[in-house]
Ligand binder design. Structure first.
Ligand code: GLN
Length: 335
């Protein structure tokens, strides 16, 4: 067993989880219940579907690479993957076409800028695949010659493989809202089209951006829960083999590559400090989801909608910092 004393381990996780739920020294008043509640920061509100999420929701799930599972709180509550889809899209596309081909169009560097900023690197490429610019270019490489229906189906099938049979659905209301508030992503994409950032075979040049961006929003709107997201993270921890089904879902190399990128660019403009403090590859999304990967050990999914000023889940980050206080999971803890 990868975690020999499972009971002891899960008891410690329970304590950490509960201490992140509420803070004794909380200074802020909760927007909803007027109680002191340190973590009630702002829930993302740019679309109503996200604004309606309860700030009190707090779920966590763990799946080890040998299939041991443990969940707490709202671990079955559904939410959208949002930017966490960027990590899986990369791993799926890189497994299809090879990381070296993908990286002819997208860089490897943290941008040091906001995730949705209209900027390219000195080669006129998106800085990395985990910001909107890079993720939109990666999306354009998903089966570019196929119909939109087939492209979406292909991705859904891949996500379901990674999830080992867990719930992966589609939230159409979120998709429609994302598309209605897409000016920034359109501006960004037109800018990239001008610089010919998309591969020649992408449909962008002939058919325009509408369908390409639809696919990007559809993948942001994939719906899952902590229980299932933990399995998907565990598949990354396990080199691309789903621990529940033992099916090989991703190439080992793309799996290594996405973990490197998550380590340096996965947590928006907190990525450097997160790598410093927590020392684990992770990816967050505006819905309040976070996945954390402990390579060769386990995947963790955390879900709590209130976000800090860098756009990461407040409780999710607090959980990771305490996890590292209690266990030697930091990449350099062995020194
Ligand atoms: N749908 C969002 C966008 O593209 C993704 C945001 C996120 O999770 N950071 O703007």
């Amino acid at each position: 067993l990868i975690i020999p004393s499972w009971l002891e381990f899960t008891q410690m996780i329970d304590t950490i989880f509960e201490s992140c739920r509420e803070s004794k020294e909380g200074e802020l008043l909760c927007f909803y219940c007027d109680l002191q509640y340190l973590f009630c920061r702002e829930v993302a509100s740019y679309i109503p579907q996200l604004a309606r999420q309860s700030p009190h929701t707090w779920g966590m799930s763990i799946c080890t690479i040998d299939g041991q599972r443990f969940s707490l709180g709202d671990s079955k509550k559904n939410f959208c993957l949002q930017s966490v889809s960027k990590a899986f899209n990369y791993a799926i596309v890189a497994s299809e076409i090879g990381s070296h081909v993908l990286h002819q169009y997208v860089g490897h560097e943290p941008s040091g800028r906001l995730f949705n900023e209209i900027c390219l690197d000195s080669n006129n490429m998106p800085h990395n695949p985990l910001i909107n610019a890079g993720a939109i270019v990666v999306t354009s490489m998903i089966k570019p010659t196929h119909s939109m229906a087939d492209r979406f189906d292909f991705m859904l099938k891949q996500y379901r493989k990674l999830a080992g049979g867990g719930h992966v659905g589609f939230d159409n209301a979120t998709f429609l809202s994302e598309r209605d508030t897409a000016d920034r992503n359109y501006a960004l994409s037109y800018y990239m089209k001008e610089y010919r950032c998309f591969p020649d075979e992408s449909q962008v040049y002939e058919k325009g951006l509408r369908e390409e961006l639809d696919l990007y929003f559809q993948l942001c709107s994939l719906e899952t829960n902590c229980d299932t997201a933990a399995v998907m993270a565990a598949t990354l921890a396990n080199g691309g083999i789903c621990p529940l089904t033992t099916e090989k879902c991703l190439g080992s190399r793309p799996c290594r590559d996405i973990l490197s990128l998550m380590y340096s660019c996965g947590m928006y403009d907190y990525s450097g400090k997160f790598a410093f403090q927590v020392g684990l590859p992770a990816k967050s999304g505006v819905s309040g989801i976070m996945i954390v990967v402990i390579p060769n050990v386990m995947g963790i999914a955390l879900y709590s909608p209130p976000l800090d000023k860098t756009g990461n889940s407040c409780r999710g980050v607090a959980f990771c910092r305490q996890l590292i206080d209690q266990f030697n999971f930091h990449n350099y803890d062995s020194l």
